[in-house]
Write a protein that binds this ligand. Structure first.
Ligand SMILES: [Fe+2]
Length: 267
């Protein structure tokens, strides 16, 4: 059986081009703090996934700074765009990022845990996610090329389900039905779905497939299950990122806090 491996999941960095604060916190400083913890505690991770909203306004300067910072990590990083990102600017800096026949930044990352399929849900001009026929084409073709027993992991910015926070649910992936239909024949092989966008630690399942969402290193979405409208209630809950432990059988998702105050103690 596959040995237990560690995978890191960061999302929603929202780096600003000029290094400015956002909602009273500094995205650049927060990322540096997260990286310090990764280097100290999680240098043994096999790879790191970054699920979008990397640059708050999709600017080249933010991507260039991010690339510089990621060079401090000992493991490879794989990136996806979110609704705040710009594909061309992202690729101008991260030149190795694969692009599919329709220009979407989708890729398969082959690992001892199986194939991680990074799906591009960014739709320019709107905050919600889309995954239409042109993107599905890549997914269908990729799935068809894989061995029949290859485990599958799905990685995307927008969650394909309603999480119950109305202000964010309006910006989730729209029309997830075609995606679910394409995935259905592969049901037993789909191990986990990793998403961002909601800036919260959330776990559950989508149509029976387990998923997890991670906090932003910078600012969080409040657990407000009532407020409707275009504005999203924010919160200064602790920032964090995901630490996944998985082998050929089990998957565990930890949420790493990195601004814990007070000295550690023995229980
Ligand atoms: Fe975000």
């Amino acid at each position: 059986m596959t040995e237990r491996m560690k995978v890191l999941h960061l999302s929603d960095l929202h780096l600003t081009d000029d290094g400015a604060d956002m909602f009273g916190a500094n995205p650049a400083t927060r990322l540096q703090q997260a990286i310090q913890v990764i280097v100290r505690e999680h240098a043994d991770a096999a790879f790191c996934l970054l699920t979008g909203d990397l640059a708050d306004r999709g600017g080249v300067a933010a991507y260039a700074w991010l690339q510089q910072q990621l060079q401090r990590l000992p493991m490879p990083c794989y990136l996806l765009p979110g609704n705040h990102d710009d594909r061309a600017n992202l690729r101008a800096v991260f030149t190795q990022t694969p692009v599919d026949a329709h220009g979407y930044l989708q890729q398969r990352v082959s690992t001892p845990l199986g194939s991680f399929l990074l799906l591009d849900t960014l739709q320019y001009g709107v905050a919600h996610g889309e995954y239409g026929a042109d993107r599905l084409e890549w997914l269908q073709r990729t799935l068809a090329t894989l061995d029949a027993d290859e485990p599958l992991w799905l990685v995307m910015h927008h969650p394909p389900l309603q999480v119950g926070i109305p202000s964010m649910d309006q910006y989730a992936l729209r029309n997830a039905e075609p995606l679910a239909c394409v995935l259905e024949p592969y049901r037993p092989r789909i191990r986990h779905l990793l998403v961002g966008h909601v800036h919260r630690a959330i776990g559950g399942s989508w149509r029976g497939w387990p998923f997890s969402c991670v906090r932003s290193p910078n600012h969080q979405v409040a657990l407000d299950l009532h407020t409707r409208g275009t504005d999203v209630p924010g919160s200064h809950e602790a920032p964090g990122f995901g630490v996944i432990l998985a082998d050929g059988r089990d998957v565990v998702v930890h949420h790493q806090d990195f601004l814990v105050t007070g000295a550690p103690f023995w229980i």
